[in-house]
Design a protein around this ligand. Structure first.
Ligand code: FAD
Length: 451
């Protein structure tokens, strides 16, 4: 027999930026009293949310040339929640640094593309400026140095560049969650979820320590969310194309973030250079994008699980074949594979870096050791195509979040959505103080919508 006191109202599985943002929302803005956060690592955010696993960018959609206006609108709203959290809770800027950022157009085709984009995007992003070579040189001299006078370059630039240590942000969310001592918030660290099943109205979560029982479960376990979804019969139309991202480090040659124009049909950020979050004397270039058959970076034990997420069906095979038969994607994958190969990789990557900083020398570029994250890109088995951005699977009293980029930028909006959904699951005795959530985190526009 199960005693009410043993049952959690909500169990969150995975303590990265997504899981901790949700815990922050549930513990501070709802009347839910018993919450468990289950994380297999000894600390939060040691996976893709760690400083060395991602590009540290708060994506607004202003300089990401693969975002449509509609997508940029959504991402801007989501990123603003994170920005406002930081501005209100981190006045000493221990979690983030504010640098300018720009996307660079090189040559006739790209400069024209950016001029057109500026016309469409400037009303959504009033701080965005179209700047010519002379102005670029003032803020980023090394971007212009060694270019021929004939080479055409322009940039879309803004001062709204936030570089974030997402692990520290996750720690901050956690700190603000456990500060609420009136509730039972159990942090189960070094506890790995092995399997899950539904028994009656509760979920029985088998961990390597104990069984955890919960009314509602949310998976924020990155690529593993899909595997657990499949174990319960959900997410059959999805597989994953996992793309590992590494970086090269150089001495500080840039003052802010410099992105390049996105390759068409490629759903992840083009190579860019930026200062490390709290160290402008180091510039990081990347990320590379190497297809991998692992679910977690450097964790070779996850190889078998990767194939279990795809399901090894004919449909999955046809989807991968369809995606890889696109010449642009195949070439991109092969090129990125070479970037990680000693000797050749650095030389090939240098050519990409020189598009941003033409004076960069081979000796100044080193593969970043110990860095690496994995973007679980969603393959839609129905359309047989790669999807851009995150996926959420909604089941019976259960949610599964799969979070490639820009999953860290959208963490609070995702938490807001999940909080509302969890309340729907739990029933009418439960409340979410959304007004206070938006007063604390929203900007004027978001507030105007509710008042
Ligand atoms: C190269 C690269 C660059 C990126 N750049 C950006 C960027 O600039 N801006 C941006 O917004 N996003 C970026 N992203 C995406 C961003 O890093 C992710 O969307 C985000 O970190 C996902 O957070 P998460 O909490 O969902 O997953 P994670 O941080 O991976 O957390 C998942 C957690 O689940 C735990 N877990 C897994 N299985 C179990 C289990 N069985 N039991 C218990 N715990 C489990 C893991 O240990 C882990 O802590 C980038 C990603 C990569 C790889």
């Amino acid at each position: 027999m199960q005693f009410e006191n043993d049952i959690y109202e909500v169990a969150i599985i995975g303590g990265g930026i997504s899981g901790t943002a949700l815990l922050y929302s549930l513990s501070n803005y709802t009347n839910i009293n018993r919450i468990a956060l289950i994380e297999k690592q000894p600390e939060v955010a040691l996976g893709n949310s760690h400083r060395t696993s991602n590009s540290q960018t708060l994506h607004f959609g202003d300089i990401e040339t693969n975002y449509t206006l509609e997508k940029a609108q959504k991402v801007k709203g989501a990123a603003s929640l994170v920005k406002n959290y930081l501005l209100r809770n981190d006045p000493q800027q221990k979690i983030f640094s504010k640098y300018h950022k720009m996307v660079l157009g090189i040559g006739k085709e790209q400069t024209e593309e950016l001029r057109e984009r500026y016309k469409d995007f400037k009303s959504l992003f009033p701080g965005l400026k179209l700047i010519e070579k002379e102005e670029i040189e003032l803020v980023e001299p090394n971007v212009v140095k060694n270019r021929t006078p004939e080479e055409e370059i322009i940039a879309l630039s803004t001062e709204e560049g936030y570089t974030i240590d997402f692990q520290k942000l996750a720690q901050s969310f956690l700190g603000k969650s456990v500060a609420n001592t009136e509730k039972t918030i159990d942090l189960m660290m070094e506890t790995k979820v092995k399997s899950i099943r539904k028994e009656g109205e509760f979920y029985q979560i088998q961990t390597d320590r104990d069984v955890v029982v919960a009314k509602v479960v949310v998976f924020t376990a990155a690529a593993y969310s899909l595997l657990f979804a499949k174990s319960l019969g959900y997410g059959k139309d999805y597989a994953l194309l996992n793309v590992a991202g590494n970086f090269y480090l150089a001495p500080g040659v840039l003052n802010g973030k410099v992105y390049t124009v996105q390759l068409k049909k490629i759903p992840f950020a083009a190579i860019h250079g930026d200062a490390e979050v709290h160290n402008q004397s180091k510039t990081r270039f990347g990320p590379t994008a190497k297809v991998t058959f692992l679910l977690e970076s450097r964790n070779y034990a996850t190889f078998v699980d990767y194939f279990r997420t795809a399901g090894l069906s004919i449909n999955a095979f046809l989807s991968f074949f369809n995606i890889l038969s696109e010449k642009v994607i195949l070439e991109y994958i092969v090129r990125n594979f070479i970037y990680d190969i000693p000797f050749f990789g650095r030389r090939l990557f240098l050519r990409q870096v020189q598009k941003i900083v033409p004076s960069m020398q081979l000796g100044d570029l080193q593969l970043a050791k110990g860095y690496l994250g994995i973007r679980p890109q969603i393959v839609n088995l129905k359309t047989k195509r790669l999807e851009l951005g995150e996926a959420k699977i909604v089941g019976e009293n259960i949610l599964f979040n799969i979070t490639p980029s820009p999953g860290a930028s959208t963490c609070l909006q995702n938490a807001e959505y999940d909080t509302e959904k969890i309340l729907e699951f739990l029933g009418q005795d439960y409340t979410f103080d959304k007004n206070r959530f938006l007063q604390d985190l929203g900007d004027e526009q978001a507030l105007a919508q509710i008042t």
